[in-house]
Design a protein around this ligand. Structure first.
Ligand code: XMP
Length: 528
């Protein structure tokens, strides 16, 4: 997961040494928020390599190990003498203490997980403007019991005497808590203090700088060669299309495969927008017939996903041969996709993260790993909201930038049981009404996903003097930070009423609307 230095031309101002914390890249992201360029590297990076890179500061991440355990990851002992300021976070601080002669032990009965007030004993440098008693996020089963020579304690919590330490002479600092997580209310102040006051960095890493840097890098990587991009219309692939078009112009071909499971008006909008308006070369592949015929009679959700996934790859391969040859495949991989596939276990030989199996459904709609392309993935270190900023800065309209996530297999998984054209048409109309009313109520941005689901069961209703026997639509609206957990959105009654009335009046084949009030877990966001 750690990105190798050779991928980057720019020298990082801050290097983050990765000891396997789930928050390592989050630290990098927080440093980017201060407009300073940082890079996550393996904890095995040598002091010599760091001297050559000459960052202005080094941060040691947290990690799941105990520093005194056999085989625990350690850094090159020579880094403590580089003269570069170092901040150790959680495991990083314990390692600093351990390697410099302090004592770290299991905090029996005094482990701390969750929020804790931090009392600042020495409000200098790292703690300038940090309010004493403010909340910090703790997650440790070990504690530092004795400090190495020349170190002093800067702050404590009720359970941890040495919650922050420093050797001002040697410019070495450690915090037992996680300043990078959002629950640490003054965490960003500490990060800024380190970056600006201790390391003396310049604020020169902006969205514009990221774009410029990525363009240069892509140009260097692909030269005169042709690049293929599977465009879905979501914010990631759209941002990537804009970025690559800016970098390599007509060397980029976007392939847009219409499986027939998109939302109403979406294929037309995409072609009009990318191809006609922005002159980005889009090959529209109408594969609707192929997909729907493959799904005939199929009701099992896993089987549906597999068939759609396999067919997608087939179409992609056929069309890339027809339109090719291409040397490179561009993918809108983001950092959360990278951590999904990388565990917190570090390979003791390489220091890199050991890959874990990716959740099956997130592979569907994606491409196989053995395609004969080299990959271009300029967004792989970014989080979703950072991609939105990049997209916006490249001129993508808000309509695309603020888009809700949409699953690869599209509406096919929002129709339970067999997928037919008739059900697809019903669902498309109902889905449009949900989106229109959510927009109309000004709720679109506060909601993570808002959509309709069609259930393949019929119930009795009455319309005018007629008895009906039709399908119901489920309205599913959720709030979420990252899609991993979610809560159902408390929509105003008037909005629910409008959605319901419009769907039964306007969508033929639907006579009932129900609202999903299940959080995730135990429910999932999609129904399938
Ligand atoms: P669940 O239903 O597992 O979904 O709670 C979590 C998030 O993932 C999206 N999702 C997908 N995204 N391809 C995708 O790109 C897929 O096959 C897929 N299935 C689910 C879902 O919309 C939600 O945002």
């Amino acid at each position: 997961m750690a990105t190798s230095q050779s991928d980057f031309k720019r020298q990082p101002a801050i290097v983050i040494l990765d000891f396997g914390s789930q928050y390592s890249e989050l630290i990098a992201r927080r440093i980017r928020e201060t407009e300073v360029y940082s890079l996550v590297m393996s904890y095995r990076t040598s002091a010599e390599e760091l001297r050559r890179l000459a960052p202005k500061g080094i941060i040691l991440s947290g990690g799941p190990n105990s520093v005194y355990a056999e085989g625990a990851p350690v850094c090159d002992q020579a880094i403590w003498n580089l003269g570069i300021p170092i901040l150790g976070v959680c495991y990083g601080m314990q390692l600093m203490m351990h390697q410099l002669g302090g004592r770290v032990e299991s905090a029996v009965g005094r482990a701390e997980y969750g929020k804790a007030p931090l009392y600042v004993d020495n409000p200098t440098e790292l703690f300038t403007n940090v309010e004493s008693g403010s909340t910090m996020w703790m997650s440790h089963g070990d504690s530092v019991l004795a400090l190495p020579q020349d170190f002093i304690c800067l702050a404590h919590t009720l359970n941890t005497t040495n919650a922050a330490v420093a050797s001002h002479n040697r410019r070495l600092y450690g915090v037992q808590f996680h300043p990078e997580v959002v629950h640490s209310t003054h965490g960003m102040i500490i990060i800024r203090n380190f970056v600006y006051h201790i390391c003396d960095c310049e604020p020169d890493w902006t969205t514009a700088a990221f774009i410029q840097e990525s363009i240069t890098r892509v140009r260097t990587q692909v030269g005169e060669k042709r690049v293929l991009l599977a465009l879905s219309g979501g914010v990631d692939s759209s941002t990537l299309a804009f970025l690559l078009h800016k970098a390599i112009g007509d060397q980029l071909t976007c392939m847009f495969i219409d499986q027939g499971f998109m939302r109403k008006g979406e294929p037309e909008f995409l072609v009009e927008f990318f191809d006609h308006k922005f002159h980005i070369n889009v090959e529209y592949i109408n594969a609707r017939e192929r997909f729907i015929s493959k799904l005939k009679g199929i009701t099992d959700p896993e089987q549906k996903r597999k068939i759609i996934g396999t067919e997608f790859i087939r179409v992609f391969e056929e069309e890339s041969i027809r339109l090719g040859p291409f040397d490179y495949l561009a993918q809108g991989t983001l950092y959360p996709d990278v951590i999904e596939s990388a565990g917190t276990n570090l390979d003791p030989k390489t220091g890199e993260r050991v890959a874990v199996k990716i959740k099956s459904h997130h592979n569907v709609g994606g491409l196989p790993k053995d395609l004969q392309f080299k990959l271009v993935e300029p967004l792989r270190n970014l989080f979703k909201d950072e991609v939105r900023k990049v997209g916006r800065s490249l001129g993508l309209p808000e309509e695309i930038v603020k888009r809700h996530p949409f699953p690869g297999p599209g509406l096919a998984i929002r129709i339970l049981g067999e997928v037919t054209d008739e059900k697809l048409n019903c669902l498309r109309d109902a889905d449009l009404i949900v989106r229109e009313e959510i927009n109309e109520a000004g709720l679109y941005e506060s909601i993570w996903q808002a959509f309709a689901v069609l259930l393949p069961i019929r119930s009795v209703g009455v319309m005018g003097d007629q008895r009906t026997y039709s399908w119901p639509i489920v309205v599913r609206c959720v709030s979420s930070e990252d899609g991993m957990t979610a809560d159902w959105s408390r929509l105003p009654f008037e909005t629910i009423e409008k959605i319901s009335t419009r769907i039964v009046n306007e969508v033929e084949g639907i006579n009932r609307v129900v609202l999903d009030v299940t959080s995730k877990p135990p429910g999932t966001i999609e129904w399938e």
